[in-house]
Design a protein around this ligand. Structure first.
Ligand SMILES: [Zn+2]
Length: 414
């Protein structure tokens, strides 16, 4: 398939860009970013703007009980499962113009472009706007897709509250969503999501398209070591119970273990705290966090096991009490081979420079992948920067990504 062959359709890069910029005016921040946190007036305004565009493109709109918005372009056979794409319109408090929004508007571009060419598909096409992906206002990231995928109970999601004590349910009702409507999951043949990478790999390797094969395994751990507070002057070194000695011992060894697990291993100590936190007192308590990630399941488990063993051994050697516990774990996701192949083939057909990539961040697609065949497409973003007002992406890359999305969807919609 190429541009001239059978008039293969192309999305409009200029319309995509101008809509991204128009959407970015809603909740625009001082430094060029966006603040449209989930279920705020700004989020609602963004969703309504998208809804107007979708309705003008002839789509039917539907909102479910957790606030996910679905727009549908009919196929020749309405009984067939839909080929879906989607992402989110909500942002971080100092978010960018592209994270999530790009995926939603690229989906709309697919519909607009098929309309322009009067191309019918056998399967219906749907674009999903997942509610509260960011999880910053209401503390559950990827909330709407989690409920849709049956990974979170509707009642638990409705009960989530923001810092002002307002619940998801109250906010949905305020914005006119029928929270009592029964949750029903439409039949889906395949689901795709196009997203900025939010990391530096594609840009550094000069690739336009990331064929996302899955999402890495991730976990967060907390290490607590108990010592004994003592005066930093009179107390000889060999008469202290100093919890920092455990950190001193394990830290270089942990970096070495991470290095042994290859370039894909991720090891981060993001918090180190001592109590009481005084320069001339040996701490009585040390707390530090360890974030571990690896795309390969066996490597991930080995990394986790070795780090765990290291902490235990250090506690024993230093004769200090303490523990390491896992506070959060997200299993890795392997995307559906048929969807990954559809993306790879579309990228090859369109002549984009593509490479396989594993997502380092969570996405709505992690949830949909649990119940329907799913995969993702990444495009580069400047400096790998995201969750930042300066988030930026090249119009040409966004256009290519949306074209790859369209052709991957078309290959499964007929
Ligand atoms: Zn996102």
């Amino acid at each position: 398939m190429n541009a001239d062959n059978h008039g293969a359709p192309r999305i409009s890069g200029t319309r995509l860009w101008s809509r991204l910029m128009e959407m970015a005016e809603i909740g625009a921040t001082a430094h060029g970013g966006c603040n449209r946190q989930a279920l705020t007036d700004g989020d609602h305004q963004g969703r309504r703007l998208f809804g107007r565009w979708a309705a003008a493109a002839g789509c039917a709109l539907r909102v479910d009980a957790i606030g996910n918005l679905f727009v549908r372009r009919p196929g020749r056979d309405p009984a067939l499962p839909v080929v879906m794409t989607g992402s989110h319109l909500d942002t971080q408090p100092t978010g960018g113009k592209f994270d999530g929004i790009y995926g939603v508007l690229a989906g709309l571009e697919v519909i607009e472009s098929l309309n322009e060419r009067s191309i019918e598909t056998t399967h219906p096409i749907e674009v999903a706007v997942w509610c509260n992906e960011e999880g910053c206002r209401f503390p559950a990231a990827m909330m709407g897709s989690a409920v849709w995928s049956n990974r979170m109970a509707l009642a638990s999601a409705h009960a989530l509250t923001d810092r002002a004590g307002r619940s998801v349910r109250q906010e949905l009702e305020r914005l006119g969503v029928d929270v009592a409507s029964p949750m029903s999951r439409q039949a889906v043949k395949a689901a795709f999501e196009v997203h900025i990478e939010q990391g530096p790999v594609l840009e550094q390797r000069a690739k336009t398209i990331g064929v996302v094969t899955g999402v890495q395994h991730m976990s967060r751990h907390e290490v607590i070591v108990l010592g004994q507070e003592a005066h930093a002057g009179p107390t000889p070194m060999d008469m202290r119970k100093d919890p920092v000695r455990v950190l001193a011992e394990v830290l270089p060894a942990m970096y070495a273990i991470a290095a042994r697990h290859g370039r894909d291993a991720r090891f981060t100590v993001g918090i180190i705290e001592t109590e009481p936190g005084s320069p001339n007192t040996v701490p009585g308590r040390l707390r530090f966090t360890v974030d571990l990630r690896h795309p390969d399941g066996a490597q991930y488990r080995s990394l986790r096991g070795e780090i765990d063993g290291l902490v235990r051994a250090a506690l024993e050697r230093q004769a200090l009490e303490g523990s390491m516990r896992c506070v959060w774990e997200a299993p890795g996701v392997v995307f559906a081979p048929a969807c990954v192949a559809a993306v790879r083939n579309a990228a090859a057909a369109l002549g984009g420079e593509a490479r396989d990539i594993v997502s380092g961040a969570g996405h709505d697609s992690c949830n949909t992948a649990a119940v329907v065949p799913t995969s993702m497409i990444f495009v580069p973003c400047a400096g790998g920067l995201s969750h930042n007002e300066a988030e930026s992406a090249a119009p040409a890359d966004l256009e290519t990504g949306a074209n790859v999305l369209m052709h991957a969807m078309l290959s499964l919609a007929n």
